[in-house]
Design a protein around this ligand. Structure first.
Ligand code: GLA
Length: 380
């Protein structure tokens, strides 16, 4: 990938630039908890975005997206926003840096990536983090790593229409080879957990489906959670986020909120606790409990939070039938991958069965990605 980027860069701009990269992510457990002030447990992966960049001394940004074979130029003022959705990520990062007082000017860049699109592995966070990290470095802005992550998150909110939490950008910026990270999204405290489950593999099974309107459905989930938290807060003022609520407190407001909001909140309150349970289980190398919690998350995401789909429920059932230790839909949902914790000796059988059964039912095979937990944003 680096050689291809370098070749294109030289052809387009006639010089060489600096290389930067950032990663996509997995999440072991803790889904839709980040914007509820809860815990998440992600790690960066060995698939990401790579960019070559050189300042060009103008006020124009010239970007070539190698995988799409598309070139876009834009200025750095708010009214210069490009229309191409991929370019809005780069533009958004520039704008969010400027809004924070960062003094930047134009640059030339070519980027490419190998994070599967729509797989729920956050290619967009990898793109944002690559440019946030690179511009911070090249303009010597001295922005700290949390703020780099927030720049990516604000880009999603303000330029891409997704009111996401902080998990993806955090993972992409803070990722460390061999370690998962538990992040408390309320206090922003985090801890690295070396993750080498002996006798098990982590594997993603990609349904290769992406359902329409995922971002508006995502934003609706967030609104449900905020309504439920606001209702609980009337009785319990200490509840800033759903993460602070107890199930009994949710029960108190059942008559006041919609059934749908109730189900969403029920899932979140359980899921926050599941992350803590998984951390305890990991301290004891108790992977059976980790796996059981993953199945519970799948059930919640499917039946209460309603962000799974037929394809992902099917893959989850296949995992169960094959004796896979843990399996669940990963990321925002509405398509994408399941993440599976599989005993080494069951791995081959599970993959063969998942491919065959899925192809028979849906007419195409799922894609399989072995998880390698890797470093996050950096200069190459
Ligand atoms: C998407 C969002 C994250 C998070 C997950 C669900 O990936 O970008 O902030 O909410 O969905 O856990």
């Amino acid at each position: 990938m680096k050689a291809k980027i370098a070749e294109k860069f030289k052809t387009l701009f006639g010089v060489d630039g600096d290389f930067f990269t950032s990663a996509g992510r997995i999440n072991l457990i803790g889904e839709h908890t980040d914007y509820n002030g809860g815990f998440v447990f992600p790690g960066a992966v060995d698939k990401g975005i790579m960019a070559e960049i050189k300042l060009n001394g103008t006020d124009k940004v010239c970007v070539f997206a190698l995988d799409l074979d598309e070139y876009v130029e834009f200025g750095l003022k708010e009214e210069d926003a490009p229309t191409q959705s991929w370019a809005r990520y780069v533009f958004g990062v520039c704008r969010e840096i400027i809004k924070r007082g960062g003094e930047i000017s134009g640059f030339n860049t070519v980027f490419a990536g190998d994070v599967p699109l729509g797989a729920g592995m956050s290619s967009s966070a990898a793109l944002e983090s690559t440019y946030a990290f690179a511009l911070n470095y090249l303009f010597d802005l001295k922005i700290d790593k949390f703020e780099l992550a927030r720049i990516g998150q604000s880009t999603e909110h303000n330029y891409c229409g997704v009111k996401c939490g902080i998990m993806d950008q955090f993972a992409s910026v803070f990722g460390k080879a061999g370690s998962l990270m538990r992040l408390d999204c309320k206090t922003m405290e985090y801890k690295y957990y070396p993750f080498h489950p002996e006798g098990y593999k982590l594997v993603l099974v990609d349904s290769v489906v992406k359902h329409e309107l995922a971002s508006s459905a995502y934003n609706k989930r967030r609104e449900s959670c905020e309504r439920a938290a606001a209702a609980i807060r009337k009785n319990h003022p200490e509840v800033e986020f759903l993460r602070d609520a107890k199930m009994e407190w949710l029960a108190e407001v059942k008559p006041e909120i919609s059934e749908e909001d109730y189900m969403r909140a029920e899932y979140v309150i359980d899921e926050v606790q599941r992350v803590l349970d998984v951390c305890d289980a990991l301290e004891r190398d108790d992977y059976e409990t980790v796996g059981q919690k993953m199945y519970e998350t799948h059930y919640g995401m499917s039946k209460l939070y309603e962000v799974s789909c037929e394809e992902l429920d099917f893959l989850n059932d296949v995992a169960k039938e094959c004796g896979v230790t843990g399996s669940r839909v990963m990321g925002g949902g509405f398509g994408g991958c399941t993440i599976n914790l599989v005993k080494n000796e069951l791995y081959d059988g599970f993959i063969a069965k998942a491919k065959a059964a899925y192809a028979e039912k849906f007419g195409h095979e799922p894609k399989i990605y072995d998880v390698v937990i890797s470093d996050g944003a950096r200069k190459l």
